[in-house]
Design a protein around this ligand. Structure first.
Ligand code: AMP
Length: 283
């Protein structure tokens, strides 16, 4: 599968070529043609899968060929909601990268910085707004943004937005949008709260789940050793000594065992400094 088979226009293909991506990632191959047809999408996809380009490229195409509203209007026609300012800035920068050969205007809106430059950007006329929910509502309340022309809504990292308590803000924002629009929802996990949100926001969505890219580096050699419970600690110390390991991460099932092993390794003086701790989920 190559990018040229996805139905993207030349201006977008050349921007992708400039990025030297060898081929579309699975989520791009599946989502781009569907979004170009105007369908709603519910995608289970984590960061690192190429999800940003999966919604940005077709969104730019739909906006640029005028199929979703006037090209010269001043009100935004696409809205991307993101949980954090870092993500909002990252998505907006992807829009700039992929849209460099098109005449679309975008801006990122988030809290923690002055509101006036954001107001000025909106006054100049914007096609795509990437925003965190709280600051967007501040601008709505100050009548600095009109969401009545939005034709495409993207909820990026929807599960994180719900975890951060944005559900009421999201519902308020959605009430300000026209009923007829295309909705794209991306979420790393699919808890019940997301299913409920998807039911109320999406219209007969195309659904798919993308498993994260395998993150095992080729250079890492993996080995499994079967050993009795009582001998595990001795074997670990032996491996550390024989291989002169000076940096290692040991994952344990429980916090208690991690603490106990840390003490045992310290006592055995295998390494000058041992710092082990039971991690919560690594995101
Ligand atoms: P994302 O999942 O959107 O956060 O993207 C993760 C990274 O993958 C970004 O740095 C993109 O530049 C990169 N990327 C996006 N699409 C592709 C592709 N088709 N091939 C290789 N890298 C890509």
């Amino acid at each position: 599968m190559s990018f040229s088979q996805l139905g993207l226009r030349a201006e977008l293909l050349s921007a992708v070529t400039a990025q030297r991506y060898p081929s579309p990632t699975p989520i791009q191959a599946r989502a781009i043609p569907v979004i170009l047809k105007g369908r709603d999408v519910l995608a289970g996809a984590q960061t690192g899968t190429g999800k940003t380009a999966a919604f940005t490229l077709p969104m730019l195409q739909l906006l640029s060929n005028g199929s979703v509203g006037a090209v010269n209007g001043r009100s935004p026609r696409a809205l991307v909601l993101a949980p954090t300012r870092e993500l909002a800035a990252q998505v907006e920068s992807a829009i700039v990268t992929y849209g460099k050969n098109l005449q679309l205007r975008s801006t990122a809106i988030f809290g923690g910085v002055g509101i006036n430059p954001q107001k000025s950007a909106l006054q100049r006329g914007i096609d795509i707004v990437v925003a965190t929910p709280g600051r967007l509502l501040d601008l709505v309340d100050q009548r600095s943004i009109d969401l009545s022309s939005i034709k495409i809504l993207v909820l990026d990292e929807a599960d994180r937005m719900l975890d951060m308590g944005f559900i009421n803000d999201i519902r308020r924002i959605i009430k300000l949008l026209p009923e007829r629009r295309q909705n794209l929802l991306f979420s790393a996990t699919m808890p019940r709260s997301i299913a409920k949100l998807a039911d109320s926001v999406l219209d007969r969505p195309f659904r798919f789940q993308i498993s994260p890219k395998k993150s095992v580096v080729q250079e890492i050699q993996q080995e499994v050793m079967f050993v009795e419970q009582a001998k595990k600690r001795h074997l670990l110390i032996q491996i550390i000594r024989e291989n002169q390991v000076d940096q290692a991460i040991v994952f344990m099932r429980t916090k208690h065992r991690a603490n106990r092993l840390a003490q045992q390794l310290n006592r055995a003086r295998t390494v000058s400094y041992t710092h082990l701790r039971a991690h919560e989920t690594l995101r």
